[in-house]
Write a protein that binds this ligand. Sequence first.
Ligand SMILES: O=P(O)(O)OC[C@H]1O[C@H](OP(=O)(O)OP(=O)(O)O)[C@H](O)[C@@H]1O
Ligand SMILES: Nc1nc2[nH]cnc2c(=O)[nH]1
Length: 180
Amino acid sequence: MSRPYVIDEMISAKAIAARIEALAKEIEARFKGTDKLVVVGLLRGSFVFIADLVRELDLPVEVDFLEASSYGNSTVTSREVRILKDLRGEIAGRDVLVVEDIVDTGHTLKHVIGLLKSREPKRLSCIALLDKPTRREVDVKADWIGFEIPDEFVVGYGIDYAQRNRNLPFIGAVRFTDGA
Ligand SMILES: O=P(O)(O)OC[C@H]1O[C@H](OP(=O)(O)OP(=O)(O)O)[C@H](O)[C@@H]1O
Ligand SMILES: Nc1nc2[nH]cnc2c(=O)[nH]1
């Protein structure tokens, strides 16, 4: 069950597009000459970000997805990361870029990095569109961050609250109106 709320725009669609263009150039420089970059989107929240990011990358890419979940319909993490869907392809000996929508407590990214490293990729890097460093509970850092944001529960651009608002073109902060 979700609580009543309104959404305040925090990062515009235009600002997101400009940042992705710049990040793509840095990623191209890092992986220049790769025979294949496996871009792994963490479902469900990264589906919009990965779609925009790969279209900016002038590299040979393969796209794969991993579904991890720890929030369910809540705004509070269970800290227990469940893998609901594994990769289709092999990553051993490959260059891999993990694409995450948001790093909050860090439990999800840390768990996923541990899992994928155990498969012995050649290089493994991570990019997160959003980072809330003040919320971190475990030591994990993405190689590239789109935007650092304050401790607000955000939605839009793929990110949900109770499975709603993933289709908003911008990032917005959820402001609860029930005073709870
Ligand atoms: O750093 P953390 O505290 O672990 O939080 C980050 C994770 O939380 C959200 O996933 P969620 O479990 O809501 O699944 P979803 O991507 O399917 O919406 C988000 O997409 C990140 O994967
Ligand atoms: N929707 C949403 N999911 C999250 N998971 C971790 N932080 C957040 C957040 O701010 N918004």
